[in-house]
Design a protein around this ligand. Structure first.
Ligand code: PHE
Length: 337
């Protein structure tokens, strides 16, 4: 009748060398698919004489079951083998020691921290103010009249709200603190400021540190001492310092502070534009009108204030010649600090 054994043996022989699911599926359909060997046997049952049908059907069923069993077993085998090969390929030794990834403090952060540490050690407290500032605090109350060039659209970023702008300096923090606190006041205010400026030494966003001291007896001499002490500590050497008469609407008298060029040591170079001196901050005695604007009796109290650019100090300290390097996050640059 049917040679069940030789069908099974043939199937076993065929699948023995198979290692891919696809080939196995082809074999599967050759046996139990449409028009397959076993399928044909099943459909031939009508041709079998009735008295033999039962026996025939039983046998064919056994073959079909056996075929399915062999195929399923092989499928599982292939799946396991594929899994084994995948694990072999993806295997990683997680115990191998790697180069440790060391983080760096950004040179600007490092410089800000150093500046603040120095002033803290002299008794100044740290204050902060908002970067989106009232025009009133950034200009008016600092005695900067409406037609002053600093208000020009060229320099200031205005925001979409009447009376507000991106602060162009940290001086409005002076106003905020004087409105809030009674003298004596000794504070420094670090933070971001914004100006429409863009070249190798100017960026539209940069950092300043503001300083303010208000008491009954501070004078220009005290200010000079504080600034000289700061610069010598910051540059870790006895740098020459000079005060040059200048003008700011919110200080009177006002001065610009220069240090002897740290690059050429005063001989004259590209960085100091052959002058031997570098400008590092503005300062002066707080204008009496500014004190009065904040409700401080200018007959009784005096103040001094200063403001410095952090990028500039950082560039001079480390010898960096392009301000853009601070904001590009180039690892080759950052790794040096
Ligand atoms: N705010 C001034 C500037 O940005 C600097 C300054 C601060 C000058 C305090 C005098 C006193 O240029």
């Amino acid at each position: 009748m049917i040679d069940a054994e030789s069908i099974i043996r043939e199937l076993e022989r065929e699948i023995a060398s198979v290692s891919e699911q696809e080939k196995l599926l082809k074999i599967k359909s050759k046996y139990i698919g449409k028009g397959g060997i076993v399928t044909n046997l099943i459909s031939r049952i009508k041709e079998i004489p009735p008295d033999q049908r039962k026996e025939y059907g039983r046998k064919v069923n056994l073959i079909k079951e056996k075929v399915e069993e062999l195929i399923t077993k092989k499928q599982e085998e292939i799946r396991r083998e594929e899994e084994r090969r995948r694990l072999e390929r993806e295997w990683e030794d997680i115990t191998v020691p790697v180069e440790p990834l060391v983080g760096h403090i950004h040179p600007l952060t490092r410089t800000l921290d150093r500046i603040i540490d120095i002033f803290r050690s002299m008794g100044f407290r740290v204050k902060e103010g908002p970067e989106i500032e009232l025009e009133k605090y950034n200009f008016d109350m600092l005695n900067i009249p409406p037609d002053h060039p600093a208000r020009d659209m060229q320099d200031t970023f205005y925001v979409n709200k009447e009376g507000y702008l991106l602060r162009t300096h940290t001086s409005p923090v002076q106003i905020r603190v004087m409105l809030e606190e009674k003298p004596p006041i000794y504070m420094v205010a670090p933070g971001k400021v914004y100006r429409r400026d863009d070249d190798p030494t100017h960026s539209p966003m940069f950092h300043q540190v503001e300083g303010l001291a208000v008491s009954e007896d501070v004078n220009f001499g005290n200010m000079k001492f504080v600034i000289e002490e700061f610069l010598k500590t910051f540059f870790e050497e006895n740098v020459p310092v000079r005060f040059r008469v200048s003008y700011f609407p919110f200080t009177e008298p006002s001065a610009e502070v220069d240090i002897g060029c740290v690059i050429c040591e005063g001989k004259g170079c590209r960085v100091c534009k052959e002058t031997g001196w570098l400008e590092v901050m503005g300062c002066g005695m707080v204008h009496p009108a500014v004190l009065e604007n904040c409700g401080i009796d200018s007959q009784r109290y005096q103040g001094f204030a200063f403001g410095m650019g952090v990028e500039r100090l950082c560039m001079l300290y480390y010898g960096i010649d392009n301000i853009k390097l601070f904001y590009e996050n180039d690892l080759r640059f950052l790794r040096q600090f």
